[in-house]
Design a protein around this ligand. Structure first.
Ligand code: FAD
Length: 541
């Protein structure tokens, strides 16, 4: 297999491919709203990434080669640079020459769970740090090649753990190896008329092991649940030996230890297999757009749909700014016509609500849609074109981000969640913090927000920030803004609803789980990974 498959170089867009041009209307809108003066800032070629010599001793390299095959221990500069970090804005900036990147000393690509276990044994024996590497789509520094107290670090690329192990159609369970990507999992399940239903925006690249390790949440979480809701069992290689969990759909046998593994971000062990709940693949679907007037009315509508149990499989509300950004950047339906239509209906601050229903039969879909519409009050219907426009573009964000970065834009996202009673306050606090941090002279940011994961008791907030990049100090500019937002979140919501903690959020974790909580994590880490080789510098502050 081609080991360069999963390397992460410039951005989402494959190296050598054009990220795509911004439509002229979008460029004009950006200049007017943010003061952006476009400046070409292309991705540096991979060969320009400074890659230090590998510090992995030859004896350790040979021992690893004996386990996985010498051709699966990669020390070429390009292979190592390709696993040097994930896909956050800061990661992408570094690949454009701003700041240094930690590069692993080697990339080890084991072929099965037994090889993973043996690789860990060698790394423990020789004090080599190990960074589990799935799709490399982390946006929180989760796959940064940090070595902690150790002399060198390897990226443990799970690309060869790519099998569907077995399916139990009676129980609706599928066992996958951890390196299977989301599209591959859907392809394998579709042959049996099944689906996982996990569609994060990173769908095209991310892996099942990565989803489990980070408590991922997909765009259809309203219909299929968060990833941890799908995990019925795990097989984990730890430095203390193999750990298997999950023998029954529910259990009172003490605390649910699967949840110690889910969200453990590669610190407690390497997930080699996941047993996942699967569902029959829907045969029909329908996506529609609605507009509510103002954030408060929109949030109230989404809360009611959720608490009444009648939301769509996809339920996604954009605030007025994100609605404006969407109209402008993605405008595949006629913006001005929509604006006049809404104005004529008295809508002053349009908030786009996308609802998608999926079902096994037309009658079931009709019934679901009718139940939603019965409860949804005060919304202006835009119909299927608006819903389908969102569906068509649902995975376009990362490519658009590359295109924006090419013209000198700061573009990043961050997310949180809170109970319904605090949601409005949290949105205002984060928006205000980001806006004041990123406003400077003529330069001002656009801070947009949406809700796409809802619960009976609350919801997530997902912010997209667009601003002119500070050419003098682009890294510091975002670090200050992110710190301001993270500080604003403390006490109101969680530091992360689905991106995980990684290196970037670790300092903010004690504000959420307490010093005692951090000590509990340290105790688990000591028990499972006594010499601390697994993913140093992440999750635990
Ligand atoms: C453009 C973009 C959009 C995104 N959209 C979403 C979204 O909609 N929803 C969402 O939840 N997230 C999203 N993310 C974040 C990211 O995709 C998720 O965190 C995803 O779960 C990571 O999967 P991965 O396979 O790429 O893992 P990686 O990035 O490779 O790793 C993530 C973390 O998990 C660890 N890890 C990976 N595999 C294993 C394993 N087998 N065993 C133990 N530890 C492991 C790594 O060491 C690291 O700490 C997005 C990211 C990008 C770049």
């Amino acid at each position: 297999m081609d080991h360069t498959d999963r390397t992460v170089r410039g951005g989402w867009t494959a190296e050598g491919a054009a990220a795509g041009d911004l439509p002229p209307t979008a460029a004009r809108w950006l200049a007017a709203r943010t003061g952006l003066v476009p400046a070409a800032t292309p991705v540096a070629p991979a060969s320009a990434t400074p890659v230090p010599d590998s510090a992995l001793p030859a004896s350790v390299r040979a021992a690893l080669g004996t386990i996985v095959g010498v051709e699966h221990v990669l020390v070429e500069a390009g292979d190592r640079a390709g696993r040097a970090g994930g896909l956050s804005y800061l990661d992408l900036l570094r690949r454009r020459g701003a700041g240094a990147t930690a590069v692993p000393d080697a990339v080890v690509v084991p072929g099965d769970p037994a090889e993973v276990a043996k690789v860990l044994e060698v790394c423990v024996r020789h004090g080599v740090a190990v960074v589990p590497f799935g799709g490399g789509t982390s946006v929180v520094g989760g796959v940064n090649a940090l070595k902690g107290e150790h002399g060198c670090v390897v990226a443990l690329d799970l690309a060869r753990l790519d099998r569907l192990v077995r399916v139990d159609e009676v129980s609706r369970l599928a066992v996958f190896q951890a390196g299977v990507t989301a599209p591959e999992a859907e392809r394998l399940l579709a042959r049996r008329g099944l689906t996982l239903g996990h569609f994060p925006q990173s769908y095209e690249r991310a892996t099942l092991g990565g989803f489990a390790a980070t408590r991922s949440s997909g765009q259809a979480s309203a219909g299929y649940g968060r990833f941890e809701d799908m995990v019925e069992g795990v097989r984990v290689a730890t430095p203390r030996g193999e750990w298997r969990l999950g023998v029954a759909p529910a259990s009172a046998a003490g605390p649910d230890l699967r949840q110690v593994v889910v969200g453990s971000e590669g610190l407690f062990g390497v997930i080699t297999e996941v047993t996942l709940r699967v569902r029959p693949k829907p045969r029909v679907s329908r996506y529609e757009g609605f507009v509510l007037d103002g954030w408060e009315a929109g949030a109230e509508a989404v809360r009611t749909l959720t608490q009444e149990g009648v939301r769509g499989t996809v339920t996604r509300l954009s605030d007025p700014t994100e609605t404006e950004v969407g109209f402008t950047l993605n405008g595949s339906w006629k913006t001005s016509a929509v604006r006049s239509y809404l104005r004529a209906r008295g809508v002053r601050r349009p908030c786009l609500l996308v609802l998608g229903w999926e079902a096994r039969s037309s009658a079931a879909l009709k019934a679901k849609r009718a139940a939603t519409l019965k409860v949804l009050r005060g919304a202006v219907r835009l119909g299927a074109p608006a819903g389908e426009a969102w569906r068509r573009g649902r995975f376009n964000g990362p490519r658009q981000r590359d295109a924006l970065m090419d013209v000198g834009v700061l573009v990043e996202t961050l997310e949180t969640a809170a109970h319904w009673s605090k949601l409005g306050e949290l949105r205002t606090a984060v928006s205000t913090a980001l806006t004041s941090s990123l406003t400077s002279g003529d330069r001002k940011p656009v801070v947009a927000c949406h809700v796409s994961h809802t619960y009976e008791t609350g919801a997530s907030l997902y912010f997209t920030v667009i601003a002119p990049r500070d050419p003098e100090d682009p890294v510091g500019q975002w670090q200050r803004a992110k710190h301001a937002a993270s500080t604003a979140i403390a006490g109101l919501g969680t530091i992360t609803h689905h991106h995980a903690v990684g290196a970037d959020h670790a300092a903010y974790l004690p504000a959420e789980i307490g010093d005692l909580g951090a000590d509990v994590l340290r105790a688990v880490k000591r028990e499972l990974d006594p010499t601390g080789v697994l993913n140093p510098g992440k999750l635990i502050p």
